[in-house]
Design a protein around this ligand. Structure first.
Ligand code: PMP
Length: 460
């Protein structure tokens, strides 16, 4: 850690910035890491220290921190047409091209795309679309939104209400009509003697019960991340979506796949819903959509919702919603390049999704090896997103107590060694960039192992 002096970057950051999602006592003790640039999967701070970022920034910088193709695409578009909106029947050519591309790579034959600046806004937008749609179709009472406990859908008032985390109570959220079902985490939520298949069946029965209790005619939609990300990387069982989708379909409730993290290769398929073998009614995308090189989110409406929305909007002449930067031409140009980079290969390089698939066995082996540690209760993951859950007692799955969670101590020990990884609850989460080499992956696990050993040696 650099020394804090009145003019240090740390002191300047602390005096001028209001921090979000940051443990303030930790920052007061450890200081702020102020970064200046990055190379490949590494970022560099103002002191010249380099960190391997095992979380791809915030799950998004999958092509690394210095991708020439992506920066060139942005620069070229800034030179050509640096900004425009998508209101009043005008939009940039890049916006049209990106929408066509997104439908082409989506699970949908036809569809329509609406742009936002973030994943939160994309979820908010789709909730408003559903409210608008049901009202237009003569069912204005269909307003309730179903999600799951531990789900993360964003921070705006609606998407935070969808998020199933207790911390939102400090805002008086969730808003009325947002219902959180059980988190499909078998290891934590499964009952004594219950098989994973029985657990999944119980999740399906719970959904059926909630629909019966609330009334299907009051429910607008069900939103789910294929693999929960910020909830601590929680992959449901392989048959979870097969168990719940028919119930939703029977009641006419759209199933929305929030693919903000899982979209564009993270699970080894283009979409998380491909990995789990289901076709949603709409997809929420962000993060890897631009490989983190531009803030952008997208609502991708599948065939039926797209047609219904178009009819509903036509009936009152317009859909009264949009952001100044919706469909920003630079963002769209960057997204087109990011999709090419991830799915098709760019600049003579193979597609990054091939690297993801090649890296998965090594990633899983690394997680499995570290889970043998006496204080790691479980490893879990799907594709290149994984987590190690720290426990005080492996048998009883009892978590560690105390204010500063053991996962935060492990993450701090990692930072000290030049590895950024993320504590989430009692878990350490890894979500590396797709450009990681095998040697860099080994470096990541070696540093994490040293941090685990150090922290647990103190805890013992
Ligand atoms: N949905 C999911 C699944 C996410 O992981 C996130 C962000 N981590 C969001 C929505 C919100 O996206 P943003 O932070 O861009 O608003």
């Amino acid at each position: 850690m650099a020394e804090t002096t009145p003019n240090s970057w740390d002191a300047r950051a602390a005096a001028s910035s209001f921090y979000g999602f940051t443990d303030l006592p930790t920052i007061e003790e450890r200081g702020t890491v102020v970064l200046t640039h990055g190379t490949g999967p590494y970022v560099v701070d103002t002191e010249g220290r380099q960190y391997l970022d095992s979380n791809s920034g915030l799950w998004n910088m999958v092509a690394g921190f210095d991708h020439p193709g992506l920066t060139a695409a942005a620069k070229a578009q800034y030179d050509r047409f640096p900004g425009y909106h998508a209101f009043f029947g005008r939009m940039s050519d890049q916006t049209v091209m990106l929408s066509e591309k997104l439908i082409e790579v989506s699970p949908f034959e036809t569809g329509r795309v609406f742009y936002t600046n973030s994943g939160s806004e994309a979820n908010d937008t789709l909730v408003k679309m559903l409210w608008f749609l049901w009202a237009s179709e003569g069912q204005p009472q269909r307003r309730k939104i179903l999600t799951r406990k531990n789900a993360y859908h964003g921070v705006t008032a609606v998407s935070a209400s969808m998020t199933g985390k207790p911390y939102n109570s400090v805002f008086g959220l969730p808003l009325e009509g947002f219902i959180h079902l059980t988190c499909p985490h078998y290891w934590r939520e499964g009952q004594e003697g219950e098989s994973e298949a029985q657990f999944t069946q119980r999740m399906a029965e719970e959904l059926e019960e909630v629909i019966a209790r609330e009334g299907a005619e009051t429910i607008a939609g069900f939103f789910a991340e294929p693999v929960m990300g910020a909830g601590g990387v929680i992959p449901p069982s392989d048959c979870y979506f097969q168990a719940i989708q028919p119930i939703l379909q029977r009641h006419g409730i759209p199933l929305i796949s929030d693919e903000v993290i899982t979209g564009f290769g993270r699970t080894g398929s283009v979409w998380g819903c491909d990995s789990y073998g289901f076709k949603p009614d709409a997809i929420i995308s962000s993060k890897c959509l631009t490989a983190g090189f531009f803030p952008m989110g997208a609502v991708i409406l599948g065939e039926a919702l797209s047609d219904r929305m178009q009819r509903a909007a036509r009936a009152i002449e317009e859909f009264p919603h949009g952001f100044t930067a919706s469909g920003h031409p630079v963002g769209c140009a960057v997204a087109l390049k990011a999709i090419e980079t991830i799915l098709e290969g760019e600049g003579g390089n193979p597609p990054l999704i091939d690297s993801v698939r090649a890296l998965i066995p090594r990633f899983e082996a690394g997680l499995a090896r570290l889970s043998e540690h006496p204080h790691i209760g479980e490893w879990r993951g799907r594709g290149l997103m994984g987590a190690l859950e720290a426990v005080a007692d492996k048998e009883t799955k009892t978590p560690f107590a105390g204010h500063l969670s053991v996962s935060e101590r492990i993450a701090n020990a990692c930072t000290d060694q030049g590895l950024i990884c993320r504590p989430l609850g009692q878990a350490i989460v890894l979500c590396p960039p797709f450009i990681l080499t095998e040697a860099q992956m080994d470096e990541m696990f070696a540093k994490l192992e040293a941090a685990l050993d150090g922290v647990f040696a103190q805890a013992a």
